[in-house]
Design a protein around this ligand. Structure first.
Ligand SMILES: Cc1ncc(COP(=O)(O)O)c(C=O)c1O
Length: 379
């Protein structure tokens, strides 16, 4: 338990909620959650499922028709053919990550991952008694580990490499060529490549592809939370190499029996052409917000060394305006009611220097947020 840290942003959120309870109007740019409502077609499918009495467990791997719909989605959108037998529906990407690590990692096995990264990954590795090994990434590599860095960190205890593309907190992507080089290296060393594609579909520049198009051997994590805007429904999936499906299913049976039935029925409507069209249009709205915010932040003296190509975050270097991002986030919240996430949550790679801004609010709200930030800097 000593290796399982809290998610610091939650304490900031708690403070923000208290301020709101006292009548203050807080602008939230700290939480990684789309502000759009779940598309109507998905909600209606969920309501219909409830009316039809779909309230019992499904099979542990999920509804066969949902697993097939996911396979069809990969074929149509990403030109990869996956047997639906390799797809396991999970309670969010969080559930998928736990299953993948549970099946692959044993005591003292090392898992390589980027720093900065999504904080839960290193804590989940510790939960299965593995050892997270951080690779300090740099803006020159888009805050993503290179094949050479992975090779340099590999030891005889290394079992897996975890990547995310687009990534949290940086929004950076792994180009296909780098993915190819990394996949080849991991295969040579007989490890497993785990690729978290939770922000797939939210790519504004560069290629939106799946690592499965590069290597059939990797283990892919995905979710209905972000592109499909279903965070609270708690639904995700993983796609595993055939030999890992049975062990993963065994853990799923024991850990959660099955993913939420209601959410699975609702998600069947997520792949309808009209739903995908709506979600693509929302992606374009997110891109406009990103462009607005990039300009506004750079204008105020924040350096953004890597222009985020996806997700809905900007990881900004605030060293020109402060030397302690944690204190900065605290002061900003209390004096301007603007909540942002300090780098602290994402690792040890100069966390004092960075702040993550989530653009999960409409542009007029972001304009108000930038106004508050400007006032704070002028104090
Ligand atoms: C990179 C990454 N992976 C996984 C998750 C977990 O998402 P969920 O369990 O809602 O699918 C998140 C959530 O923010 C994330 O940013």
């Amino acid at each position: 338990m000593q290796h399982i840290g809290p998610f610091h942003v939650m304490s900031l959120l708690e403070q923000a909620k208290q301020m709101e309870a006292q009548g203050q109007s807080v602008i939230h740019m700290e939480i990684g959650e789309p502000d759009f409502p779940t598309p109507d077609a998905i909600i209606r499918a969920g309501m219909q499922a409830l009316q039809q009495g779909q309230t019992r467990y499904t099979a542990s791997k999920g509804l066969p028709e949902l697993r097939q719909a996911i396979a069809d989605y990969y074929a149509q959108r990403y030109q990869v053919n996956i047997d639906s037998a390799r797809i396991i529906v999970t309670p969010g990407a969080s559930g998928a990550l736990q299953l993948a690590l549970g099946a692959l990692i044993g005591r003292d096995d090392e898992v390589l991952l980027a720093d900065p990264t999504y904080p839960c990954n290193r804590h989940l590795i510790s939960l299965v008694e593995g050892t997270p090994v951080a690779i300090t990434t740099s803006p020159e590599n888009g805050f993503q580990p290179s094949a050479a860095q992975i090779a340099a960190h590999w030891t005889d205890r290394t079992r897996a490499v975890m990547l995310a593309t687009p990534a949290n907190p940086t929004g950076s992507t792994v180009p296909r060529q780098s993915m190819q080089a990394i996949a080849e290296l991991v295969a040579q060393r007989q490890g497993t490549l785990i690729v978290d594609e939770i922000y797939q579909g939210l790519v504004y520049e560069g290629e939106d592809y799946s690592a499965l198009a590069v290597s059939d051997d990797c283990l892919v994590i995905n979710s209905f939370s972000k592109f499909f805007q279903m965070t609270g429904w708690r639904l995700g999936w993983l796609i595993a190499p055939p030999d890992l499906v049975e062990p993963i299913e065994r853990i799923a049976m024991n850990a959660f029996l099955a993913a939420p039935t209601l959410a699975q029925h609702a998600a069947l409507a997520a792949f309808r052409p009209e739903t995908l069209q709506l979600l693509d249009a929302r992606r374009d709205v997110l891109r406009q917000r990103r462009d607005y915010l990039l300009h506004a932040l750079r204008d105020m003296g924040f350096a953004i060394p890597v222009t985020p190509q996806g997700a809905f975050y900007i990881y900004a270097d605030c060293s020109a305006v402060c030397n302690d991002s944690r204190q900065f986030a605290q002061d900003l919240l209390h004096s301007q009611q603007l909540a942002v996430t300090p780098g602290l949550d994402f690792g040890n790679n100069q966390p004092d220097r960075f702040i993550r801004f989530a653009y999960t609010a409409e542009i007029p709200v972001l304009e108000q947020a930038m106004h508050r930030l400007r006032q704070f800097l002028q104090r």
